[in-house]
Design a protein around this ligand. Structure first.
Ligand SMILES: Nc1ncnc2c1ncn2[C@@H]1O[C@H](COP(=O)(O)OP(=O)(O)OP(=O)(O)O)[C@@H](O)[C@H]1O
Length: 253
């Protein structure tokens, strides 16, 4: 385990558009192996925060640290190379390929083998074995030969997670991984996520409080771009401000 107590940390992270502050002075730390949920009402700034972590957005001020390295100035692909990745939409990536082909291609791409892949695929046993092991860890082995777009939506979301894992991340960022999935399937999806190895730190945004309180070990509540509070699920469930600001709103809805 790293000597650095936190795998990922932000310091005073802010993002402003004109006068509007989508994130204000957000300082958060994520421990190695964390299962950490970001919650908050619509527009609280959760996706903005993830975009600042990945480098999709540049902060107005503040810093992002991966271990002890300041990565604030790094481009998205450089952050992926260093072990921080988010899910990729298969819809925009590998149209027409099977699940196994997609994962194998992602592994090759990450290893810089992309130009040789089609010529030597029959001999790329190492890549195929790695792809099959990854699929097995996500209970996707039976679907290896299926074209990704033919899969049920819940399984497509799992393939997206597999594609992210193909980059061998230390940190996996999930923005509403169960969005659009029927509730029965979304619990299954989270069961699989929960079983991922502890050397992967997971930060996820999720609106379904049942899933959050079942699978998160720490929860940060964002409201109006600021951190309202952070704690264990029991602490958050008992926090009157959270009930008023966030859960109260959900009940109202
Ligand atoms: N490019 C942008 N320009 C201006 N405002 C933006 C931009 N992107 C996001 N916002 C605003 O920033 C606020 C925070 O948005 P964000 O998507 O981060 O919230 P969220 O907590 O993820 O919300 P939700 O739960 O609804 O997905 C919103 O009011 C949104 O309209």
């Amino acid at each position: 385990m790293s000597a650095v107590p936190f795998e990922l940390r932000t310091q005073g992270l802010s993002k402003q558009w004109g006068d509007f502050k989508a994130n204000s002075d957000v300082s958060l730390s994520f421990a190695p192996g964390a299962r950490h949920a970001l919650i908050g009402p619509n527009g609280a700034g959760k996706t903005t925060f993830i975009n600042l972590l990945t480098g999709a957005l540049a902060p107005t001020s503040g810093q992002v640290f991966l271990g002890d390295q300041n990565i604030t100035a790094l481009a998205q692909h450089q952050r992926v190379k260093r072990g921080m990745t988010r899910t990729f939409q298969i819809n925009t990536l590998f149209a027409g390929l099977t699940v196994l082909e997609s994962i194998a291609l992602a592994i090759c791409e990450h290893r810089g083998l992309q130009y040789r892949w089609y010529q030597t695929v029959a001999r790329q046993h190492v890549v195929i074995d790695e792809a099959m092991a990854l699929l097995a860890s996500l209970k996707l082995s039976p679907d290896a030969g299926t074209v990704t777009h033919s899969l049920p939506y819940g399984k497509q979301r799992l393939v997206e997670i597999a594609l992210a894992l193909a980059t061998r991340p230390r940190i996996l960022l999930l923005d509403e991984p169960a969005a659009g999935i029927p509730s029965g399937e979304s619990a299954e999806l989270f069961e699989v996520i929960a079983q991922l190895p502890r050397d992967v730190t997971i930060v996820f945004i999720e609106h379904d409080m049942g899933l959050v309180f079942r699978f998160a070990e720490r929860i940060t509540v964002l409201v109006g771009g600021r951190v309202l509070t952070e704690g264990t699920p029991a602490e958050i469930a008992a926090d009157q401000r959270v009930k008023e600001v966030y859960l109260g709103e959900a009940e109202h809805a």
